[in-house]
Design a protein around this ligand. Structure first.
Ligand SMILES: NC(=O)C1=CN([C@@H]2O[C@H](COP(=O)(O)OP(=O)(O)OC[C@H]3O[C@@H](n4cnc5c(N)ncnc54)[C@H](O)[C@@H]3O)[C@@H](O)[C@H]2O)C=CC1
Ligand SMILES: CC(=O)C(C)=O
Length: 252
């Protein structure tokens, strides 16, 4: 028996990195999964590969998370394919690594649009569906939303906002009696296409020295937390953020 049997999940950013890994692990735990991503070539490829093992339990929808109309299409397509929505994982994101002097207003606006407005639109759309039967929303934050990264100001700002938006929505949903739980996971450095776009191999190796446990986390470390927060095992947990960071944010 899988830990997510009979549940239906939408995972944004599911074509790559952490989102893609979570798609695989959630399918393996029995969920039906919609991969929602802007990159439709990659999304369709990942979906085709996974459907060899999981047949029609996986489906791809093209979604730009900043587009409210595409969110509604994603919701409608998920319900028409799988009848319900129990889980939303907001993993789509971008990382603009610039300090305040190097960045532009456009960098800040773009980061906020994708990393904050995207999850806002997604939460708003799925709450409308979930409020009749409950559900779980997991937003992928970052260690950069817990402490300010001086060289990634637009990114830190967006992830900090996402963290508190999550708590606000969690308490609202709880008080409304919707039985919708809303939580954040905050990974530290995990080797994915995003991290490889910011750092070269040598720099990534050097990141280990910043982490008390002395190693980088893995995509599986993050997916395990996502599965836990998606499942009924975490039925009394809402409004928390789980740091998956090897101790980085625990202190020096
Ligand atoms: N890799 C890392 O070290 C860490 C990553 N994170 C967060 O984890 C999440 C996933 O990141 P990674 O998997 O590393 O990155 P990634 O770059 O491998 O994957 C991001 C995915 O989001 C999609 N995407 C980007 N903009 C989109 C949009 N407007 N609409 C729909 N999809 C869009 C991309 O097409 C891509 O498939 C992000 O929110 C990131 O900020 C947080 C902490 C550490
Ligand atoms: C820490 C973090 O979120 C990245 C992408 O570096």
């Amino acid at each position: 028996m899988g830990r997510l049997d009979s549940k239906v999940a939408i995972i944004t950013g599911g074509a790559s990195g952490l989102g893609k890994h979570a798609v695989s692990m959630m399918l393996a735990e029995g969920a039906k999964v919609v991969i929602a991503d802007l990159n439709d070539d990659l999304g369709r490829k990942v979906c085709d590969e996974l459907s060899r093992q999981f047949q029609d339990k996986v489906h791809f929808v093209k979604l730009d998370v900043t587009d409210e109309r595409m969110w509604q299409q994603t919701i409608d397509e998920t319900i028409s394919k799988f009848d319900q929505i129990d889980i939303l994982v907001n993993s789509a994101g971008i990382s603009i690594s610039k300090n305040i002097e190097a960045m532009s207003l456009e960098d800040l606006r773009k980061s906020l649009a994708i990393n904050v407005e995207g999850p806002y639109l997604g939460m708003k759309a799925v709450i409308e569906v979930m409020k009749s039967h409950g559900g779980s929303i997991i937003n992928i934050g970052s260690m950069a939303g817990v402490v300010g990264l001086s060289q990634a100001m637009p990114y830190s700002t967006s992830k900090g906002a996402l963290r508190l938006m999550t708590k606000s929505v969690a308490v609202y949903c709880a008080k409304q009696g919707y039985n919708i739980r809303v939580n954040t996971v905050n990974p530290a450095y995990i080797r994915t296409p995003m991290l490889e776009g910011v750092y070269n191999d040598e720099q990534i190796e050097g990141l280990k020295t910043l982490i008390p446990l002395g190693k980088l986390g893995t995509m599986a470390d993050v997916s395990q937390a996502i599965v836990y927060l998606s499942s009924d095992e975490s039925s009394f947990i809402t409004g928390v953020d789980i740091n998956i960071d090897g101790g980085v944010n625990a202190g020096k």
